[in-house]
Every structure is written in structure tokens, then in C-alpha cells.
Ligand binder design. Structure first.
Ligand SMILES: [Zn+2]
Length: 153
């Protein structure tokens, strides 16, 4: 399980490489995505709080990158943060996500990116619930819910 020290280490030194990469031109991304998805994932935008599709979602499943379809988060790590954005305590696996130091807007934050296609996801903060203490604050426009396989009864 990742904690804040792991996030800082990964942001400073890089993490494991993904199994494959998805790279497209700006025009290709623009053609594939809705304007909102394009703005958030390719232009590092932020959707308005409490407007996103998955802000209040509780269905089980995996959340995949809206750009490349790579599973990034598990609904079991989703929690109610009250911030107006979907919030997770962990990525689904370490190599799914890339952390990057972000000093835009006069703040020092850690950006969360899809490790496969570099889609901007959101930011990670050290004020999440235990045991990880992480809050991955993610834009709904950057993800899509993929239903998990039905569990055997
Ligand atoms: Zn991606």
C-alpha cells in the first residue's frame, strides 16, 4: 500500500514503467474525446466541483482511464471526501499511475497522471483516511467505470 512518503519518492525519482504505452497526437485525442474530457486529461484542466458523473457513484467496479482504458482505481478504495470530486485512497496498482511534482498556480502539489498515456487525472494529497492517508482527488471526466466481473454466489 502506498503512503505519502511513497508518493513523494515516486514523484521525485519516477516509478515502474507501464507494460505498454499509448501515444497519440493532439488532434487524435481531440477527435476521440468529448471537449470536457479533452480539457481535463490533455490540457490539465479541472472540472467544477460536484458536477462530475462519478462524484457520488458507489457502484462496484474498476475505474479506467477515459483516454486509453487502462484500469487505474478500484471502487473499493473510493471514499466520500466531501470535496466534490471522486476520491480514492490508492491506485489499483503502483505502475498504473505516475506522480509528478506540479508547481502551477503558486502551489506545490503532486499531479496524478495515467502512466500509460499521460492523461491528467487530478492531484494527490496527504489528508486521506487511514491506513494509507492518501486522497487521490480525481476528475470524473478523466475516468470511466468498468463493471467488475460478477462474483460467484
Ligand atoms: Zn491513460
Amino acid at each position: 500500500m502506498q503512503n505519502w512518503n511513497d508518493v513523494i519518492r515516486l514523484a521525485n525519482h519516477g516509478g515502474p514503467a507501464p507494460e505498454h504505452r499509448v501515444e497519440k497526437t493532439d488532434a487524435e485525442w481531440k477527435a476521440q474525446l468529448t471537449p470536457e474530457q479533452y480539457y481535463v486529461t490533455r490540457q490539465h484542466g479541472t472540472e467544477r466541483a460536484f458536477t462530475g458523473e462519478y462524484c457520488e457513484a458507489h457502484e462496484p467496479g474498476l475505474y479506467a482511464c477515459v483516454c486509453c482504458g487502462t484500469p487505474l482505481y478500484d471502487s473499493r478504495t473510493k471514499f466520500e471526501s466531501g470535496t466534490g470530486w471522486p476520491s480514492f485512497t490508492q491506485p489499483v496498482q503502483e505502475k498504473a499511475i505516475r506522480y509528478k511534482k506540479d508547481t502551477s498556480y503558486g502551489m506545490t502539489r503532486v499531479e496524478v497522471l495515467c502512466n500509460v498515456c499521460d492523461a491528467h487525472q487530478g492531484h494527490v494529497f496527504p489528508d486521506g483516511p487511514p491506513p494509507s492517508g492518501l486522497r487521490l482527488c480525481i476528475n470524473s471526466a478523466a475516468i470511466k467505470l468498468v463493471q467488475a466481473q460478477k462474483e460467484a454466489v
